[in-house]
Each structure stands twice: as structure tokens, then as C-alpha cells.
Design a protein around this ligand. Structure first.
Ligand SMILES: COc1ccc(CN)cc1O
Length: 325
């Protein structure tokens, strides 16, 4: 089988939500290549936390996995926890007849407040799934044996709907050729080595070990690369109050170039002029921020929305394919 589902941007492209049928109920989920749990707001989630969200009702067709629990926390200190059911999940026409659906019995404030978001669909490696006592597979791992090709592609866009495709590569969605790089799976992420970064034809240094993460909004780069980039924007400062680098909204924000697999790819400066940093709209928050405290580089949506990316498990060695849109 194969299929395609729309990836609809939230305000400022903060995250992208896709309609998914869970036990016959449509929920809008954040597809996250940086985690491996499929969890949903549910009728088991306290009303004080679930108001405004679509909820999964396991009573309809879910089969309880007795004694199974899950508990996840994310890099931004948000998180959720709950119990587990097996149910039918359909994404863009691709059907998992019995997928582990993790029903939330508790969610953190950030999730409670984002009422467009009805849960997450993890697309990292199942080795980091949090279900106990027995780890469960991601939707992709559940269906991959039934897909025409064991891969999915990600085509996020700036300010408009993109797509996640499962089982095939749509050559109309990218320009030029796809450049493949090997993936390191030991941390459970789609992790690879990126190369040199430049802006205004000046070297910013090497990016190095990085993950492709659809569930993270911004780009979190090595501190040296980040400071070298903002040195080229007059008035840019690293503001503790704002929580990162900000600059005058009318500044000239240079394109960011990164080499992957020997090919250069460009993130337009306008994507890095990300959002107003305050109510005055005078200072704007950067789409590139330092990876301090994370331990590796995260290439999130600001990067991905300039790219067409193939998440490929067609061979025993997973790989990532990158092309310009
Ligand atoms: C609070 O919202 C989120 C927190 C963490 C992730 C996963 N990186 C996705 C989200 O939508």
C-alpha cells in the first residue's frame, strides 16, 4: 500500500498537523520524526486538560493492552502519559489494522494549551518508544512491510500545506537530485553528519552530527556556527529575556547554506526571520538558535520546509535523502 496526507501548518509554522483516523475518529496529529510514540488526547484525559481537543474514545473499537503504560517527556520539557490500546489507524489511506494507540491520562500545559494539536505520531526508530512493559512500534514500523517501498517522505512548506507520503517518492515534489547520507540509529533518531555552513559567502564552521526532526520548530545549531551567523546581522543580540537570538525585524537576514553529502542546500533568510519577539513587533526571534544543552544539532521545521526529505528503510542500513523543493 501507499498514501499521502496533508501537513497543515499552525500559526508561524510552529508545528504541522495531519488528519489521522484513529479507531474511526479523525484527530489532527503532529508527525514527529524526533520521537517514537503515537499518543492522543482521549476520553481518559481530564476535561480540565482536554477542552478544545478532539479526543480518541477507546471504547469504540480499541482493545486495551492490560497493564501497559507510557510516559514521555520532550526536549522542551513538555510531556504526557497514559495507557495503551490496539486499534485501527489510517494515515492518507495507509492502514495499520492493529497499531498501539497511547491514550493520554495526563498532558503538560503546552499540550493542553495548543488546542489544534490532538496528539503526536512518532516517526523516529521504535527503539525509543516509551511503552512498558513491552515497547511498541511506530506507525511506520507497523506498516512498513506492507508499503510499496519501505520509506516515507516529508515535504513541509512555509505557510501552506505540505505532505507526508508513505511508500513512494513523488518526483514532482523536489528539484534536482536526491542526495543520500547514512543514518546512525543508536540514539533512535534519524541522525546523520552535516557539513560546512556559510552565509554571505563566509564560512560559519561545520554543523556536524545532526538529527532531522519534524517535531521541533527551529534549527538548533552549534554555538560557534550560530554566533558566526548572527554576527552578520546588525543589531542581533543573544537575549536571555527573549530566550535566544533576536534582531530588528527590518534587518537584512542572510540565507543559510549547509552542505549535506557534498551538496549545498539553502534555507532562505526569510524563514530565519521567524516571529515577532515582543508585542511591539520591533525585535524578531531567530529561526536559528544555539544547541546549548541539547548535545547535538536539531534541524527542525525551519530547515525542513526548504527541503524534500526521504526517510528510507528500503535497505538494512537506514538512510536520509535530501533534495531542494
Ligand atoms: C508542546 O508541543 C510539542 C512539544 C514537543 C513535541 C515533540 N518535539 C511536539 C510538540 O508539538
Amino acid at each position: 500500500q501507499s498514501g499521502s496526507v496533508a501537513a497543515n501548518p499552525e500559526q508561524y509554522d510552529e508545528s504541522y498537523l495531519c488528519p489521522v483516523q484513529v479507531g474511526g475518529q479523525t484527530l489532527n496529529l503532529d508527525f514527529d520524526t524526533g520521537s517514537a510514540d503515537l499518543w492522543v488526547f482521549s476520553t481518559l484525559t481530564p476535561a480540565t486538560q482536554s477542552t478544545g481537543h478532539a479526543k480518541y474514545n477507546p471504547k469504540t473499537s480499541g482493545k486495551a493492552k492490560s497493564g501497559y503504560t507510557w510516559n514521555i517527556s520532550y526536549g522542551d520539557n513538555s510531556g504526557a502519559s497514559g495507557t495503551v490500546y490496539a486499534d485501527k489507524v489510517v494515515v492518507g489511506g495507509v492502514t495499520a489494522t492493529s497499531q498501539a494507540v497511547e491514550a493520554a491520562t495526563s498532558v503538560s500545559t503546552q499540550f493542553m494549551q495548543d488546542t489544534d494539536n490532538d496528539g503526536l505520531l512518532g516517526l523516529a526508530f521504535s527503539t525509543i518508544n516509551t511503552v512498558q512493559p513491552q515497547q511498541q512500534t511506530t506507525f511506520f514500523d507497523t506498516v512498513k512491510g506492507t508499503l510499496a517501498k519501505k520509506l516515507f517522505t516529508v515535504d513541509l512548506k512555509a505557510g501552506t500545506a505540505g505532505t507526508y507520503d508513505f511508500g513512494y517518492i513523488d518526483s514532482s515534489k523536489y528539484a534536482g537530485t536526491i542526495t543520500y547520507v547514512p543514518v546512525k540509529t543508536t540514539n533512535g533518531f534519524w541522525e546523520f553528519t552535516a557539513g560546512a555552513a556559510t552565509a554571505n559567502n563566509r564560512s560559519l564552521g561545520s554543523v556536524g552530527d545532526a538529527i532531522a526532526d519534524t517535531g521541533t520548530t527551529l534549527m538548533y545549531l552549534p554555538t560557534a556556527v550560530t554566533s558566526a551567523y548572527y554576527a552578520q546581522i546588525s543589531g542581533a543580540t543573544n537575549s536571555a529575556a527573549a530566550g535566544g537570538y533576536i534582531f530588528p525585524c527590518d534587518a537584512d537576514v542572510p540565507d543559510f547554506h549547509i552542505t549535506i553529502g557534498g551538496k549545498s542546500f539553502t534555507v532562505p533568510g526569510e524563514y530565519i526571520n521567524f516571529t515577532p519577539a515582543d508585542n511591539s513587533g520591533e525585535q524578531c526571534f531567530g529561526g536559528i538558535q544555539p544547541n546549548t544543552g541539547i548535545g547535538f544539532t536539531i534541524l527542525g521545521d525551519v530547515f525542513l520546509k526548504a527541503m524534500f526529505v526521504v526517510f528510507d528503510q528500503t535497505t538494512s542500513a537506514p538512510r536520509l535523502g535530501f533534495a531542494a523543493q
